[in-house]
Write a protein that binds this ligand. Structure first.
Ligand code: PRP
Ligand code: ZN
Length: 286
């Protein structure tokens, strides 16, 4: 029988769409909008388990799933010792303490003797212990952000991404407990056949992730400035320089990390670069 990898992803929530998008960008066909617990990819040997994110660590730990995609916050909160194979760079967020916006907040000691609602009691307790604050934790399973408004708690400890949930509930973020992003986790004892499939999958993840962090940069530069421009480019390899039909000008093509682009744009313009194009890259194999 053909070996297939079973990968658990969040069935609905912040990570689910993006997890499917990542697989699709890797050329892996995945059915969407399916109500079933398990779906099979037709063109890559993986099956996808759609689970509540909180259940993913246990499934991967027990080997019911071989791999899982979930937030680091959920993984650590679960307490399961499951190896992280790769940080995936999406669904970045933080676990934060928040209080009603009118509170005159002076520091973490504010929470001394107070009541905090959370779905993250493990992470919160560890944080409070480190800070030497003793508060009452009120563990609830969802809609934490309404707890202060209904008098259930003085503050909350929950995931903040854009901040819009806090804002619309009249709360403000006052302490950051941890930063988190989506990670790929793996069962500890995968067979050799499964590891082979995992490596193929990781190869594709790398290609997609480096593509999304880089841009293809094309511009026209006067010939006497080509060397100077090349000097300020942080490209991964030496850029391509091709003469233009217009006498005295060349086109420079290179790949640049997106976050570096804005640092050099002024320098490029000062050196007479024009027709600057920044183009997305679909896949990048180093
Ligand atoms: C978190 C949190 C908020 C929301 C915050 O839920 O509970 O509801 O995200 O995002 P915002 O700052 O962009 O408004 P999460 O998606 O982690 O899922 P959960 O239901 O599994 O807790
Ligand atoms: Zn959850």
């Amino acid at each position: 029988m053909e070996t297939r990898l079973r990968i658990a992803i969040q069935k609905s929530g912040r990570l689910s769409e993006k997890s499917i998008e990542l697989l699709r960008n890797c050329g892996i066909k995945v059915q969407k909008g399916s109500r079933s617990l398990i779906t099979q990819s037709k063109n890559f040997p993986i099956d996808i388990l759609h689970l509540r994110d909180d259940d993913i660590p246990q499934y991967v730990h027990d080997g019911t799933a071989d791999l899982g995609i979930l937030g680091e916050n959920v993984l650590i909160e679960s307490g399961f010792e499951v190896p992280t194979v790769k940080k995936l760079g999406f669904a970045k967020c933080r676990l934060s303490l928040a209080v009603p916006k009118h509170v005159d907040y002076s520091g973490v000691n504010y929470f001394e003797g107070k009541k905090i609602a959370t779905t993250y009691p493990v992470l919160l307790k560890k944080y409070l212990d480190e800070k030497g604050v003793s508060a009452t934790m009120h563990e609830i399973s969802g809609s934490v952000e309404i707890a202060p408004n209904i008098g259930l708690a003085d503050g909350i400890c929950d995931i903040v991404s854009t901040g819009s949930t806090l804002f619309s509930n009249g709360l403000k973020e006052v302490e950051k407990v941890m930063f988190s992003e989506a990670v790929l986790i793996s069962n500890n004892s995968l067979s050799e056949e499964k590891i082979e499939i995992l490596n193929k999958l990781l190869f594709r993840f790398d290609a997609v992730m480096s593509a999304s962090q880089n841009k293809y940069l094309v511009m026209n530069v006067p010939n006497d400035k080509v060397d100077e421009v090349i000097n300020i480019l942080p490209g991964m390899k030496s850029p391509t320089v091709v003469p233009l039909a217009t006498e005295g000008w060349s086109a420079i093509h290179t790949v640049i990390a997106e976050d570096k682009f804005w640092n050099i744009i002024d320098g490029l313009k000062e050196r007479g670069a024009s027709g600057i194009l920044v183009v997305p890259i679909q896949k990048m194999i180093m």
